[in-house]
Design a protein around this ligand. Structure first.
Ligand code: CO
Length: 215
């Protein structure tokens, strides 16, 4: 990338900021005071899945965490800090884990190939692949296999969000908080609800509940 490319970005930024102020003179002034997003989005870093843009939301309207293949590991301090801030400070009512078909991370996790350090991150997805190996490999089409693993990954990460002490404590306090699982299609830009959402600790396996109060 040349410096000219970066100059272009800065120019595009100026025209974007101007268009926002042209539409609403108070836009940035209001945003400086506070952010009140209702949603936390946990999605893939893929540049083709720009979180707020594909649901038509403006700055201030969605809190976002992205990493390769939208994974929520139990001990990822980065992701946990985002979830804690979103739930305890911003009071979001919806956490949406969004995967996408055609995800390079999902495809790489299914390959018997050395990708370097990233294979350690993708091991979280390899675990899901291994747990569902017969079901996935029974599909003859490689694209169908990847799509199924993509959906199973979303479902697993929804459960991982719900298993956190942060989300379970929010439920214990009576907060309205639901974790949803969606998938995005690069082919047509459409999001689908995979109907794997969790809205109470009762939907988790007994082993994961942090207190007997949460039945
Ligand atoms: Co991806």
């Amino acid at each position: 990338m040349s410096d000219n490319d970066l100059d272009d970005l800065l120019k595009l930024n100026r025209s974007w900021a101007k268009s926002m102020v042209d539409a609403d003179e108070q836009f940035f002034t209001d945003l400086c005071d506070q952010q009140q997003p209702k949603y936390l989005w946990i999605g893939c870093s893929d540049s083709r899945v720009p979180a707020a843009e594909i649901v038509g939301l403006k700055p201030g309207e969605m809190f976002v965490h992205r990493n390769i293949a939208n994974v929520v590991p139990h001990s990822d301090l980065n992701c946990l800090a985002v979830i804690q801030y979103a739930v305890e400070v911003l009071d979001v009512e919806h956490i949406i884990v969004t995967g996408h078909y055609g995800c390079g991370g999902i495809n790489a996790a299914m390959e018997k190939k050395d990708h370097g350090q990233i294979d350690n991150w993708l091991a979280h997805i390899k675990d899901i692949y291994r747990l569902n190996y017969d079901r996935i490999t029974a599909l003859p089409d490689p694209e169908d296999r990847a799509n199924l693993l993509c959906e199973l990954n979303v479902s697993a990460q929804v459960r991982n969000v719900a298993k956190t002490s942060i989300v379970q404590n929010a439920w214990r306090e009576g907060k309205s908080l639901k974790v949803h699982g969606w998938v995005y299609s690069l082919k047509d830009g459409i999001l689908q609800d995979l109907k794997v959402g969790i809205g109470s600790a009762g939907q988790l396996h007994d082993a994961y509940r942090i207190t007997a109060e949460l039945e």
